[in-house]
Each structure stands twice: as C-alpha cells, then as structure tokens.
Design a protein around this ligand. Structure first.
Ligand SMILES: Cc1ncc(COP(=O)(O)O)c(C=O)c1O
Length: 446
C-alpha cells in the first residue's frame, strides 16, 4: 500500500496527518484515503469540515445524535462525573447506573423494566441472545437453542449479531459462527413500493415463523429477533399486522420475541420505542445509539419480568444469577451522559417534537418520487430511505452518492444503493427543506 497523508485546511499550522495506520470501520479505506473527507467539528444540526464548510447532518451521525451535536449539558455532566467517580468495578454499585436504569424503565413499555447495560448495540444483541438461552435453561427447556432472524436484518457485528444478520456482506467471510440460526423472509415487497408508513401487503410473511416451528419443533427455538423497522437495510417498515402476527405465533409456541430497537429506540418513531408506536410488546428490547445522544458508547437490554424472574429464581442463593457482563457495563461517564440526554429529551419534549415533525418530513421525502434515479421511497417517523438505481455493481452508486452529497453540504449514511435519512429531532422545517433540496439536486445529477 502506498503512503497517504492529509493536511487539514484552514487549521492552525500543523504537520500532515498520516492516514496509513488507522484501519477505518465500515469504510472503503483505499477510496477514503485517496480522497479524504474529514470532519473536525459539529454543532446542532451541522458538521463542519476542515475548510469550515457547514454540512447538514441528515442521518443524526449514525441515527444516534437525536438531540443535535455537542450538547453542552451532556459534555458537562460527563466532565463532572469523571472528576468524581471515573470507574466502578463488578460487585460495587454506583448511584448513576441505578438512576439511569430507572429512567430508561420509565420509557420502556409494559413490564420491560429490568435494564442490563452494555457498551454498544452489538453487545446488546449478544446479551439478549444469552438471556434468551438462560431463560429457557432456567425453566428446564434446554433444547431451545435455535434463533430465528430475518433476511436483510442488521444486528451488529459480534458473532451473535453476525449469525442473526440477514445482510449477506456482514456474514459471508466469517464462517459458520453461531449455529442454529434460521432466517424468515424480509418484508421489502414490490407491492408496498412508494407507500408511506406501513404497507398493506405482507403480514402473512410472519407465518415463516410457523414454518420453522413445523420444521424444527418449537421445543428447539429460543427466540425470534426482529428490528421493528429494519434500519440498516433501508427503513423497511413492517406491513400492517405483521408484528402482531409474529407476537401471536411466539405466544402460541413459547418463543421469546426480541425487538432490536438500536435505531428505533428513543423517539425515532415519535414514541419512546417502536414497540409503543406499533402497539406490540416484545419480551426483550435492545437499544443503544440515542441513549446517550452518542456522546458516550452505551447500549442496554430491557428485559421482561417473566424472563428476568425465571433467571433470578433458578440461581442458588448467593450465586451470580446471569453470568454475563462487560468491564464497562454501566460506566459512570456513560450513565452521566445517558441521564443528561434523557433530561434533554424530556425538558425539550423531543419525542413529541419528532412526532409532530414526522408528517412534514415524510411528505418532503416522498416529494422526491419521480426525481431521476430514484426507484423507491420508504419511511416512518423521522426515518426514511431513498433507493437509487444501481449501476450494475451494487453499492457503487450509493457510495458515489454519499460523497457527492457531502461535497454538496449534506452528510448521510448509505447502505448499498440506498440513502438513509434520519435527521436529529431538533430539526426545523427549514432543515428538512434544505435536506430535501440537496438530495433532489444531487440524486438527479448522478
Ligand atoms: C438494529 C441494530 N442493531 C445493532 C446494531 C449494532 O450497534 P453497534 O454498532 O453500536 O454495535 C445496529 C447498528 O447500527 C443496528 O442498527
């Protein structure tokens, strides 16, 4: 590999940055390093590059900066916390982790009131998989070790999530991984193209779960994992009746239903969680991202009474009931960031604001129908996806699009040839207009 370096523009004099050592995540490294796009600062709705150009953030970072960038309240809370208590080990409690668990539990629906902290969405998925296995073990149903997931699912990058993944590039080079995972069909149907919100077609695809019960035996299946809205695959909204049907089949066969709310959690759908927006209660829920407004890495799993109590009561007195945890689970700085974030959401009514802005946002996104190169649009809440026509090499045009958008003043996440739009909840109508116009101009000029 040749040497690449980059000199930041418009910055106080400094030596060139070597780009050789850092192996960047989920980035075409050679492409980036041959033509770097650096961001050096952020505030509110905007990123700033090293030239000082303002770039509107249309994906809330990676769906995580819901309250807008560089919130002082969060930075100050983290700063205070690190000066007071920087770390707490296993076997010791610290007040902010209990406080944050209670605050998260105020937002989670039904009896999902037991909160286990982790550091990322991927860890939340592994944790939920283990909790599902531990639950069935605790009840003597030791055969229940299989998991059901879905095509086009994204559940992070640890081996549990890779096994559940339905996006082929996430798994194709990593061997067999966790055995016993089967995938239902996805619900991205032609019949629902250009339909805002929940489509009319596809509820019957939930019956794939029944087929697995018939094929493998319910007594062998631990849990069914779904993103209520498939996020990374490009805002695939569940068809009407689909999640309800999954819930009913799970109930009928003693299978746990897990919602992966890493993207949809904390207001993206206009309610605290998509479970509330769609009126379907899972047995566990994974979350991360907007929990701390991305100012600190943190995730969590919300667990129902049923699952929690079974695991707790099966353990001998004095024993560790759930043999699981991470060094940084419930890190004091992350808890401080989480508490400050939830304060902002509450004090500024940001979930309500997201709900109120959604129709305007959805209309704006669907106004792109008919723009050159657009092949489908999907959306729900403050989340939408615009598919563009492939040039024959999947993802190449999507990558070109995200670079061109950045050069035109807009940052967003693409997956393959899809543009994922998910603005921060502090967005005003003028920001939505700005996002829409840059998209219209850039997409049509590809
Ligand atoms: C639905 C879902 N689950 C899990 C993850 C993994 O989260 P992380 O990247 O924090 O490990 C993501 C990340 O985008 C996600 O969208």
């Amino acid at each position: 590999m040749g040497h690449s370096e980059f000199t930041l523009r418009n910055q106080p004099a400094q030596k060139p940055l070597s780009l050789d050592e850092l192996w960047m995540p989920f980035t075409p490294n050679r492409d980036f390093k041959s033509d770097p796009r650096m961001i050096v600062r952020a505030e509110g709705m905007y990123y700033y590059n090293d030239r000082g150009d303002k770039i509107i953030d249309a994906s809330s970072g990676l769906f995580c900066v819901a309250a807008g960038h560089c919130r002082k309240e969060i930075a100050e809370a983290v700063h205070r916390q690190l000066g007071e208590l920087d770390f707490a080990p296993f076997l010791r409690g610290h007040p902010k982790s209990f406080e944050l668990a209670s605050r998260v539990a105020e937002l989670t629906p039904g009896d999902l009131k037991h909160i286990f902290f982790v550091n990322s969405g991927s860890e939340a998925i592994d944790t939920a998989m283990k909790a599902a296995l531990a639950y069935h073990q605790a009840r003597g149903q030791t055969g229940r070790t299989m998991f059901v997931s879905r095509e086009r699912a994204y559940h992070g990058v640890n081996f549990g999530g890779v096994a559940l993944s339905g996006i082929v590039n996430n798994r194709r080079r990593y061997g067999p991984g966790v055995a016993g995972v089967v995938h239902m069909r996805h619900t991205h149907l032609d019949a629902n193209r250009y339909v805002p919100g929940q489509g009319e077609h596809g509820a019957e695809l939930a019956d794939d779960l029944t087929r697995f019960v018939n094929l493998y035996g319910a007594e062998n299946i631990a849990a069914c994992f779904v993103e209520p809205i498939a996020g990374s695959a490009g805002c695939i909204v569940p068809p009407k009746g689909y999640l309800e049907r999954l819930r009913a089949i799970c109930d009928q066969h003693g299978i746990l239903l897990v919602f992966d709310e890493v993207i949809t959690g904390f207001g993206r759908t206009g309610q605290p969680f998509a479970a509330q927006s769609f009126g379907v209660m899972p047995d566990m829920m994974t979350m991360a991202k907007a929990l701390t407004n991305a100012a600190q890495p943190m995730g969590a799993v919300a667990i129902s009474d049923r699952v929690h109590d079974a695991i707790m009561t099966a353990a001998q007195a004095g024993a560790i009931e759930f043999f699981h945890g991470y060094t940084y689970s419930g890190h004091p700085a992350a808890c401080a960031a989480g508490l400050a974030t939830l304060d902002i959401y509450r004090n500024e009514g940001l979930f309500e604001r997201a709900r109120e802005l959604s129709p305007y946002f959805q209309d704006a996104m669907f106004s792109l129908k008919g723009t050159g190169n657009v092949t489908d649009i999907r959306g729900y809440g403050l989340f939408a996806t615009i598919d563009i026509e492939s040039d024959g090499a999947p993802g190449r045009r999507g990558n070109a699009l995200q670079k061109k958008l950045f050069d035109n003043g807009l940052n967003l996440k693409n997956t393959g040839d899809s543009a994922l739009v998910a603005p921060p909840f502090i967005a005003e109508r003028q920001h939505i207009d700005q996002i829409t116009e840059i998209l219209r101009k850039t997409v049509s000029s590809l």
